[in-house]
Design a protein around this ligand. Structure first.
Ligand code: KIV
Length: 283
């Protein structure tokens, strides 16, 4: 399968063909996503929470995003990759240009994602003019969750719904190629999706978005610190992994692993000589 392009995603959205995006942070998961022909891989800064064990996405660094983007690219050479710009890496347009440039040039990402509305329109313009495709992200923006009063649904009252609607239109005008809508009422997501010509990707934003995104660890049941309402766990890999590790530990302690089929052998001839040699040395 050839790598899908920004144009493909626009056409898919205009023809109501849904876009499937999923996060990946390493080589093995990226390889699985590419085999499954997922449309877009997001190297999300959710990395900080689900892989690195931070309490939020705030501490995630550029070096961490780069390191994981490179691994994902090695696992998925033919999939469109979007990488998150981490917190404070795009506080000024100059920072954004430098850091987004690194994710594209060194990390081999196809696009970068940044969180925020109207305030970031200039940054989006700067990156777009420089040839860097930008994905927007509004609604619940985890990097600034503390300012939003926690991980809460956004756009529920008229004023905030109007602001989000306006942000979406302004970001589109500034040049975004796609917009992630996180944790907003589905009717608002539908209105925004209808008004934009670029695809919307929802996470907790209902079924009317152009596509959906989930976090790999949520989908696989590998992260149970908290499970938001919008998550569908397709597997319980955390439970399976726990059972596998317990079985391994038990086998080791009971000498049930390794057995012959996991071991290498010397021929009898070499073995005898080896023991004889030892004896000779002792004589
Ligand atoms: O970091 C991430 O995984 C994200 C998704 C939740 C959209 O931004």
């Amino acid at each position: 399968m050839p790598k899908k392009t920004i144009l493909d995603f626009k056409i898919m959205a205009s023809q109501n063909e849904k876009i499937a995006m999923l996060t990946a942070y390493d080589y093995p998961s990226a390889s699985i996503l590419e085999k499954a022909e997922i449309d877009i891989i997001l190297v999300g800064d959710s990395l900080g929470m689900v892989v690195l064990g931070y309490d939020s996405t705030v501490p995630v660094t550029m070096e961490e995003m780069l390191h994981h983007t490179k691994a994902v690219r090695r696992g998925a050479p033919n999939t469109f990759i979007v990488t998150d710009l981490p917190f404070l890496s795009y506080a000024t347009s100059q920072d954004a240009l430098l850091n987004a440039g690194r994710l594209i040039k060194e990390g081999n990402a196809d696009a970068v994602k940044l969180e925020g509305g109207e305030y970031y329109a200039d940054t989006v313009r700067t990156l777009t003019k420089a040839g860097i495709p930008v994905v927007g992200h509004i609604g619940l923006t985890p990097q600034t969750a503390s300012q939003l009063g926690g991980y809460k649904v956004q756009g529920k009252d008229l004023e905030s719904a109007i602001t989000l609607n306006k942000d979406a239109l302004i970001l589109e005008k500034a040049g975004i190629i796609m917009l992630v809508l996180e944790a907003i009422p589905k009717q608002l997501a539908e209105k925004i999706t209808m008004e934009l010509s670029v695809p919307t990707i929802g996470i907790g934003a209902g079924e009317m978005c152009s596509g959906q995104v989930l976090v790999w660890h949520d989908l696989m049941g590998l992260f149970d610190k908290f499970v938001p309402k919008f998550v569908k766990q397709y597997e319980s890999l955390g439970t399976l992994a726990l059972e596998a590790v317990k079985s391994y530990s038990k086998d080791v302690k009971e000498s049930a692993f390794p057995i012959d089929k996991h071991s290498f052998s010397l021929s009898d001839e070499i073995l005898n000589s080896l023991y004889n040699k030892k004896q000779n040395l002792e004589e």
